[in-house]
Design a protein around this ligand. Structure first.
Ligand SMILES: [Fe+2]
Length: 351
């Protein structure tokens, strides 16, 4: 058995290469669009790629699964049979197994974050018929579970899937699809845990169903940057791989007084969710939620200064970095965001 975890610090995503060292057969799970590290590892180890698995249709990053399946024609692209995509794939049903020498990847349907989400139990028959690890995608996360509001998700199903995962023995190691990022509310920020630790210390494993559902369906965080374009791309309904944020470059900053005294041609872009915007925004600010930024790019002028604002300045920074990536030359961020604006006693518009 061989397992390598790949971590993407920009997006908080984890992906995996699992192989049987005796047979040299490999699978890649939830690959990033940047596939070179997988290729390099397959080549260095002399592994044959047999399966590429997407645990679900991702909403926060463009998957590299189709790219890998094209580059390795012997490899099968696998997803749960219910995956709502336009391209061909090998459908996985609950209990199906993928064979890599003496290693088995057994599909465990764990809907909730999305309806098609499958976890993969990893069994190394050379040691034991029992699963020793589980790749959970965005079902069970470290200290959290995947949020159900990205389309096709369901909090009750997430509860039931969580119980199913918690039925595994304490010692089973959990490898999630994310260790940071917008797919959960309270991820711990480390990329591995165990069933036993989460059963004891994950707050969402301690509550009964009604409370669990309430926690997942209230105080919902903002949707990820460019989610609309990324989800459509992963479903095969669009080809917008360029919507992937690729940069953490610096962005010019503008103070609140400069924002207030801005020239008339400046556009203030509020990238919060519509409900946040409606509760109070800077006068004149236009709402374009970060989730829709890439899919509505043509609405933005390239010849006028763009000032990006959100609640505290984090979302607007990432949105501004993305606009710079797309060639917008006059982009600035407002550190402190609308909260700082309100705290300074400046005028606010509600709608
Ligand atoms: Fe996800």
């Amino acid at each position: 058995m061989y397992l390598k975890q790949f971590l993407d610090d920009l997006l908080g995503c984890a992906s995996y290469l699992i192989a049987s060292r005796d047979a040299g057969d490999a699978a890649i799970v939830d690959p990033s669009i940047h596939v070179e590290p997988y290729r390099a590892l397959l080549e260095a180890r002399g592994f044959q790629l047999h399966y590429v698995v997407d645990t679900h249709v991702h909403a926060d990053h463009v998957s590299g699964a189709r790219q890998l399946a094209r580059a390795y024609p012997q490899a099968e692209l696998c997803m749960h049979e219910s995956a709502p995509v336009t391209y061909a794939f090998r459908p996985l049903r609950d209990g199906d197994e993928l064979t890599l020498g003496s290693v088995r990847l057994r599909a465990l349907h764990t809907p909730g974050h999305r309806a098609e989400l499958v976890s993969l139990l990893v069994i190394n028959l050379a040691r034991s018929p029992d699963p020793e690890m589980v790749l959970t995608g965005d079902s069970l996360l470290v200290g959290d579970v995947g949020r159900p509001d990205f389309g096709g998700g369901d909090a009750v199903q997430q509860y039931e899937s969580l119980q199913r995962l918690l039925d595994l023995p304490d010692g089973v190691i959990v490898f999630p699809g994310h260790f940071e990022g917008p797919c959960g509310k309270a991820m711990e920020g480390r990329p591995v845990t165990t069933i036993g630790f989460e059963r004891q210390h994950n707050a969402l494993t301690q509550v009964e169903k009604r409370q669990f559902v309430r926690r997942l369906t209230t105080d919902i965080p903002a949707r990820p940057l460019n989610m609309t374009a990324i989800e459509a791309t992963n479903r095969g309904r669009a080809d917008m791989s360029w919507a992937m944020p690729a940069s953490a470059a610096g962005v010019p900053e503008l103070g609140l007084d400069e924002l207030e005294a801005r020239p008339a041609e400046t556009m203030v872009l509020d990238v919060r969710e519509p409900t946040e915007y409606a509760m109070g925004h800077v006068p004149g600010a236009i709402n374009l939620p970060q989730a829709d930024l890439a899919s509505r790019l043509e609405e933005l002028p390239r010849d006028r200064p763009l000032l990006l604002i959100c609640r505290t300045g984090s979302r607007s920074l990432r949105a501004a970095q993305f606009l710079q990536q797309m060639g917008f030359g006059q982009v600035s961020n407002i550190p402190g965001g609308t909260s700082a604006w309100m705290n300074a006693g400046k005028p606010v518009v509600t709608s």
